[in-house]
Design a binder for this molecule. Structure first.
Ligand SMILES: [Zn+2]
Length: 223
């Protein structure tokens, strides 16, 4: 998750879609935007999932890459690191909201500048939500580590709160990837995260919205 540059071999090129034999670019999915950056100086404007396991680099000019040749990839690191900080913030917030209110997460959108998390919550209480954000910042100040590891599916599903998305079924795989914020949260998750909470800096709530009878939305940023 901390690789900023890499060299890889070109596996296929179709128009502006380039697939490599390995990559540090993270594809769009799970509420996270895809990475941007460059391949041999050609701009990568998005990264998406392709067929099967393929990760597709979408380049801004028709690709001139030869299949089998090596290319050098460089991530737009500042943007990607903000996505990691935002994403780990969303996990922390969802855990604290879940513990304080019992709310489940009904959706999220992680973007570099502004992110949002949706909660299923009957009673909207602005003060209570602000208090949860303060608790999140207190947790960040303690700088606990964020660990990722794999667990057998049946063992993972025994952990209380492992699935916090109200609608999500865990992927149909033998092993689940687990992201654990030490002392605060354990979730099955495939996305990119920082390795300790201190990297987030500070969570700043921007806006609370009512999205229907039992849906609340929090917009936040990081500083
Ligand atoms: Zn996540």
């Amino acid at each position: 998750m901390y690789a900023k540059e890499f060299t890889a071999r070109v596996d296929s090129v179709e128009g502006n879609r380039v697939v490599l034999d390995q990559t540090a670019f993270n594809p769009h999915g799970g509420g996270l935007l895809g990475d941007t950056g460059s391949l041999d100086g050609v701009k990568v404007v998005d990264t998406v999932k392709g067929d099967g396991e393929a990760i597709v680099h979408v380049v801004d000019s028709p690709a001139n890459f030869a299949v089998g040749a090596n290319v050098h990839g460089t991530l737009d690191w500042e943007r990607r690191h903000r996505i990691m900080r935002m994403h780990t913030s969303a996990h922390l917030l969802s855990s604290i909201f879940n513990k304080q209110t019992g709310a489940l997460i009904t959706g999220n959108q992680i973007e570099p500048e502004k992110s949002r998390v949706d909660f299923s919550l009957e009673n909207f209480d602005r003060e209570r939500m602000l208090a949860c954000c303060s608790q999140a910042n207190e947790a960040i100040a303690k700088n606990p580590s964020v660990k990722t590891y794999f667990l057998k599916r049946e063992d993972a599903l025994k952990i209380p709160g492992i699935i916090k998305l109200a609608t999500a079924a865990p992927p149909d795989v033998q092993e689940l990837r687990i992201v654990e914020i030490d002392g605060y949260d354990v979730q099955a998750d495939g996305g990119v995260h920082v390795k300790s909470l201190g990297e987030i800096g500070k969570i700043e709530p921007l806006k609370f919205e009512n999205k229907g009878k039992s849906n609340r939305r929090l917009y936040f940023t990081i500083a």
